[in-house]
Structure formats: structure tokens, C-alpha cells
Design a protein around this ligand. Structure first.
Ligand SMILES: *Cc1c(COP(=O)(O)O)cnc(C)c1O
Length: 475
């Protein structure tokens, strides 16, 4: 295939994509294939001669498609979403056609300058202070890793980057028991050591208890540790619990740790004035991450990472070998120095397309609609005797379980709810996932897919009631 074949092949693909977007609801939401069902249909070695586009595309439809879980289905209520939207898809097409490597300003000035501008838009849209400056990373995991490494360098006076660990460092990092696994991963990779991650207890709303944080810090200082970093979660993965940033910020003033805010999912809600209370105290934070690739309708990957002191970040990551030196190094943003990878995709383009196509008001409207759908469902579940709500509704994640009056054994309830979840997901009609809260198997329904409508949520709720009734009869 070369550029001359593009018209015919792309026409076919575009027709397929257009049809897919319109009919995505027709597919089973969670792929129903068995382990290695896809693998076993693929030849054992690569073809030695060119294959026809028609054959490749046929195999895509017949072999690959059945093994796809449809994250863009409005009946997708699992995990957190990885939303796309039409403007984002179109921009991704352009990005792949340009195929630009956006490491430095000189390797594509538009990519660097659009990123610089779009991150200012985004900062202002979510109400971060004007002295924060942003860069697009691939994921929140990478952003958080960058933050913890920066904290390490800041507190070691950039010595660990230069000399390695001396063996005398005794750093501690703190987060709540509910925070995301990416923090533990970052602590491992940054050389701090998993044993030095202190998980602070949470209150009945699954939010960090600041008094417990202070107790842990005091006790560590007495033992000769240095409190390096605290990660506050705005919207935990389990229940969207919101750590009290204001109180944690007050502790920062006292103990001078690096304060990182992980709002990977719920950060999008900050475009709404009614959610701005979450970032009271943000002036004290050193870094902040949220993922437009979750609830801001921008294709994965697009993680917005903001820092207060750009120079600390650059001092931590910048490396300029001879072959990468350019004349603009002193003036332009060379984003390869703002994080871990050298190579970077042109990710600002899709964000720009999305923000312009929706408009800030359009984004707010969609986000508010999702919040309303979640509230309606929460109320329906609350009012049913056979169901139990297991976490407060902070946004659009409803945590609940089936709890028929005749079953009180916790173990049996766990098994029952796990069965219910698999039954729902095997139906292909909806997809939801779970968490464990205080030992209870908890169903989690996330209402945030780009195209979700009231009827999708209603259908899901009817199915949940129907299947749970059927399970009750068996038990
Ligand atoms: C999703 C999520 C992450 C990880 O996001 P990636 O971009 O997939 O690395 C981290 N923290 C929270 C709170 C999340 O919800």
C-alpha cells in the first residue's frame, strides 16, 4: 500500500467508522471471547509477502472486533470511562497523518505552541491559580511519577539525580488507603521504596483524615524520617472520595512536604463552579493532574499535568545531548524536558478540537447531565428495600449492592453480588465493575460515557432489578 491506495481504502474505513459510531450499542459491551480465542485465529508467523488491504480489513472485522470491549458504548458503566468524541476522533486522524514527533519546539513549533496555549485554557477552565503551568503527559501514572521524582530532587537538592541515593535518605510519602495504585507504583520506581509509602486512614466518606496524616508525619519525624510528599486525591477510583485539600494544605505550611493533587478523573468536574470548593487550598499545592482522556471526551492518551514551579520540573528532567541542541532552547518550551519520554505525540490537537467544538458551556452541560443521571439513579437505588447504597454520591459514581432481606451473611452477600455482576456483564447489555468497601463487594456504576442518555441508565437499572430477582429465587 502506498499513498495512491489511500483514497479507496480510507473511504471504506471511514464508512465503517461512521457506521460503528452509530451502531456501537448493538455490540455486546464487554467482549464475550474466551481466553486465546483471538490469538488462536492468528497465523504463527508474519506474512512474507504483501497482503491485500481487503484481507487485512476483513480479518479486523471478523477476528479482532469480537475481542473488543466497547468503551464508547453508552451502556459502558465500568471503571472510569476512556471517552472519545467526534471532534477528538477527527483530530486523532490528522495527528496520525502528520505523524509528527513533538519533542521540542523546533520539531514542530505548532505542536509546542498549541500545547502551551491549550494548557492555559484548561488551567483557567478548572480554576487553577494563574501561576500554575501545564504540560500534556500520556497518563496520570506518568504525571504522578514525574511529581514524586521532582519532589525527591527538590528535597535532596538535586543530589539523587547526580550521585544516586547515598543510603542515608529516609523519605516518606503519604496518601490515603483509598488512593490509586499509581502512587505506590511511582514510589517504587522513584526509589523511595514501597515500605515508605504511608497509607493514612479515611473517614466514613472514604476521605483522608487530616489528623491521622499529621499523626503519621509526627511519628515519622520522631523516628528520623523526612516527610517528602503527600498525595491528595480529589475523586478516588473506588468511590470518588474527596480528600480535604484545605486541611492538608495547612499541614504543608507546617511540615513543608511536596503536595501533589491527583484529580485524574474528577478534575473535569472543576469546570463547574459548584465543584470548585474541592480545590480550596490549591495555592499550596506543587503539582496537579487530571485526565481529559477520562471525562473530558478526549481520546486516550491525554493527561494534563500542572506544576507551580516549572524550573524544579525542568531541573529534574532536562537533559540536552548534542544532537538535541537547538537555537530556541533558551526561549521555547521543549516539552521533552517536562517529563519522562523524549518522543511525544501531538496530543494538544485533539484537546483543542474538543474544547472548541463543545465550547466550555457545552462541556459543562454534558458534565451536568451526567451528574443528574447519576443522582436520579442514586435516588432510585436508595428507595429500593433490596438494595443498599455503600458510599456517598459525590459526583457520578454510584456504589451499591444487592441486599435482599433474607440474606444477612456478609460472605453470601459478597458472592451474590459478584454473581450479579458477572450475569450483567455476560448479558452484553451493559458493563459495570466493582470495588471492595469495608470488606463488602460493591458494584460501581459510572455514568460518564460521552453519549450516555437517560434511557441507557434506565435500561441498566431495569436489568439489575430483573437479574437480582432471578438470583434471589435461586438462593
Ligand atoms: C484513572 C486514575 C489514575 C490513573 O490514570 P492513568 O492515566 O490510567 O494512569 C490515577 N489516579 C486516579 C484517581 C484515577 O482515577
Amino acid at each position: 500500500m502506498d499513498n495512491n491506495n489511500f483514497d479507496d481504502a480510507s473511504k471504506e474505513i471511514l464508512e465503517w467508522v461512521s457506521e460503528y459510531l452509530k451502531s456501537v450499542e448493538m455490540y455486546p459491551v464487554k467482549s464475550q471471547v474466551k481466553y486465546h480465542e483471538v490469538y488462536n485465529q492468528l497465523p504463527d508467523s508474519a506474512p512474507s509477502t504483501p497482503e491485500d488491504f481487503k484481507n487485512i480489513f476483513n480479518d479486523f472485522q471478523n477476528i479482532i472486533m469480537p475481542g473488543i470491549t466497547h468503551w464508547q458504548s453508552p451502556n459502558f458503566f465500568a471503571y472510569f470511562p476512556a471517552n472519545s468524541s467526534v471532534p477528538s476522533i477527527l483530530a486523532e486522524m490528522l495527528t496520525s497523518a502528520l505523524g509528527a514527533q513533538c519533542m521540542k519546539w523546533e520539531t514542530s513549533p505548532s505542536a509546542a505552541e498549541l500545547e502551551e496555549k491549550v494548557m492555559i485554557w484548561l488551567r483557567d477552565m478548572i480554576g487553577l491559580p494563574k501561576n500554575f503551568i501545564g504540560v500534556i503527559q500520556d497518563t496520570a501514572s506518568t504525571s504522578t511519577l514525574a511529581s514524586i521524582i521532582t519532589a525527591r530532587e527538590y528535597h535532596s537538592d538535586f543530589k539523587i539525580n547526580k550521585e544516586g541515593f547515598s543510603g542515608n535518605e529516609r523519605y516518606r510519602v503519604y496518601c490515603s488507603t483509598e488512593t490509586h495504585s499509581s502512587i505506590e507504583k511511582a514510589v517504587k520506581i522513584a526509589g523511595i521504596g514501597r515500605d515508605n509509602l504511608v497509607k493514612v486512614a479515611v473517614d466514613e466518606n472514604f476521605a483522608m483524615i487530616p489528623a491521622e496524616l499529621e499523626k503519621a508525619i509526627e511519628s515519622d519525624i520522631n523516628k528520623g524520617f523526612k516527610p517528602l510528599c503527600v498525595v491528595a486525591a480529589l475523586g478516588t477510583t473506588g468511590t470518588t472520595a474527596i480528600d480535604p485539600l484545605k486541611e492538608i494544605s495547612a499541614l504543608k505550611k507546617k511540615y513543608n512536604f511536596w503536595l501533589h493533587v491527583d484529580a485524574a478523573y474528577l478534575g473535569t468536574a472543576l469546570i463547574l463552579p459548584e465543584y470548585r470548593w474541592m480545590i480550596e487550598g490549591i495555592d499550596e499545592a506543587d503539582s496537579f493532574v487530571f485526565n481529559p482522556h477520562k471525562w473530558m471526551f478526549t481520546n486516550f492518551d491525554c493527561s494534563a499535568y500542572f506544576v507551580k514551579d516549572k524550573n524544579v520540573l525542568l531541573n529534574t528532567f532536562e537533559i540536552i545531548p548534542e544532537y538535541l541542541k537547538t537555537r530556541s532552547d533558551n526561549v521555547a518550551n521543549n516539552y521533552c524536558d517536562w517529563g519522562i519520554p523524549l518522543g511525544r505525540r501531538f496530543r494538544a490537537l485533539k484537546l483543542w478540537f474538543v474544547i472548541r467544538s463543545f465550547g466550555v458551556e457545552g462541556l459543562k452541560e454534558k458534565v451536568r447531565y451526567h451528574l443528574k443521571l447519576a443522582k436520579d439513579l442514586y435516588e432510585k437505588i436508595s428507595s429500593k428495600n433490596d438494595f443498599q447504597i455503600l458510599a456517598p454520591l459525590n459526583a457520578n459514581v454510584v456504589c451499591f449492592r444487592y441486599k435482599p432481606g433474607n440474606i444477612i451473611d456478609e460472605n453470601m452477600l459478597n458472592i451474590l453480588n459478584e454473581d450479579l455482576m458477572h450475569k450483567l456483564n455476560n448479558s452484553g447489555k451493559m458493563f459495570l465493575t466493582h470495588t471492595k468497601l469495608n470488606g463488602k463487594f460493591t458494584l460501581r456504576i459510572v455514568i460518564a460515557q460521552t453519549n450516555v442518555e437517560e434511557r441507557n441508565v434506565n435500561d441498566a437499572w431495569e436489568l439489575i432489578k430483573q437479574y437480582s430477582d432471578e438470583l434471589k429465587e435461586i438462593n
